[in-house]
Design a protein around this ligand. Structure first.
Ligand code: IPM
Ligand code: MG
Length: 347
């Protein structure tokens, strides 16, 4: 099976390299890897953050392992040339609309959480975030008001089919876990959210075995730190999901720990750590590779039918943490490759 490796910018290449070492050990005989340029690295090399060649590779591959994009050198470029457009473009072009972001506290990391250990210990949820719509992909631009002031605008919208297809993923994910789904919106203010809520309620008739609740996004942000253990599966839109998943990651110990999958309707997926390119620590061996290693495990499970191998990786990560392996974000001093070594030693 062909894996497209898109390491990207900042710490992306360092963390992807560790995940590849791990994949080689558990499934090297069945995987071939092909690297592609993406993000600021691609812009600097060939003048575009998502070159056609990379897009073709991503389409050809059975799954994609992605590092991170974002490069301060590129912040002044026109928006369509910025590194972030690469990940947004890939998600859209490949129809990867369903983002699964599991947040679970490894019990060894209770002290690394920003929350008290007894609160953090209960975290075990999946955030299902929509990826192909919302204010991310609406009409946007800069214009002048009648009075001549500059005005930026971004249109938020969802149509009912877009809501229904992600809500379905939410219900199915809940059905396979604790059977509780919390739909997060801002229906008290936004029409987009009112439609979201209406469609989720309509669909719930097909899932009588799943307990559905609704929460406004501001309350959800508060509940995530007050009592995160109450959540089983959260389903939400692109923007709210972006924000809440970063928050959930910190509650679960470190943003360096959270893996994610972006899936199309056939379970083909792009797998990436939820953290960004972290340019401040790039190239210094300080990054935690576990989120990418855990993303590789998700890839084996969801897209490649290798659940046993995925289990092995996840167990090895847990064991390494139990043995005291810690990068700087977890309060330790290990380098990126030493953390990779710690996982490999167990495998
Ligand atoms: C994420 C990131 C991206 C997003 C950026 C890099 C465009 O923050 O995957 O959460 O906003 O979706
Ligand atoms: Mg984000």
């Amino acid at each position: 099976m062909l894996i497209a490796l898109l390491p990207g910018d900042g710490i992306g290449p360092e963390v992807v390299a560790e995940a590849v070492r791990v994949l080689d050990v558990v499934a090297g005989d069945r995987l071939t890897f092909e690297k592609g340029l993406v993000g600021g690295a691609a812009y600097k090399a060939v003048g575009h953050p998502l070159p056609q060649e990379t897009l073709d590779l991503a389409k050809r591959a059975d799954a994609i392992l992605f590092g991170a994009v974002g490069d301060p050198d590129c912040d002044a470029l026109e928006r369509h040339l910025r590194p972030e457009q690469a990940i947004l473009g890939l998600r859209k072009a490949l129809g990867m609309f369903a983002n699964l972001r599991p947040a679970k506290l490894f019990k060894e990391l209770a002290d690394a959480s920003a929350l008290r250990p007894e609160v953090a210990g209960a975290i075990d949820m999946v955030i299902v975030r929509e990826l192909n719509g919302d204010v991310y992909f609406g009409e946007k631009g800069m214009r002048k008001t009648a009075e001549g002031r500059r005005e930026g605008y971004d249109v938020m919208s969802y149509d009912e089919d877009e809501v229904a297809r992600i809500a379905r993923v939410g219900f199915e994910t809940a059905r396979a876990r604790g059977r509780r789904l919390c739909s997060v919106d801002k229906a008290n203010v936004l029409e987009t959210s009112q439609l979201w809520r209406d469609v989720v309620i309509e669909l719930s008739a097909q899932y009588p075995d799943v307990e559905l609740s609704h929460m406004y996004v501001d309350n959800a942000a508060m509940q995530l730190v007050r009592n995160p253990g109450q959540f089983d599966v959260i389903v939400t839109g692109n923007l709210f999901g972006d924000i809440l998943s970063d928050q959930a990651s910190m509650c679960a110990g470190s943003i360096g720990m959270l893996a994610s999958a972006a899936l199309d309707s056939n379970q083909k997926g792009l797998y990436e750590p939820i953290h960004g390119s972290a340019p401040d620590i790039a190239g210094q061996g300080k990054a935690n590779p576990l989120a990418t290693i855990l993303s590789a495990a998700m890839m084996l499970r969801y897209s490649l039918g290798m659940a046993d191998e995925a289990d092995r990786i996840e167990a090895a990560v847990a064991k390494a943490l139990e043995n005291g392996a810690r990068t700087a974000d977890l309060g330790g001093a290990m380098t990126t490759s030493e953390m990779g070594d710690a996982v490999l030693a167990i495998l």
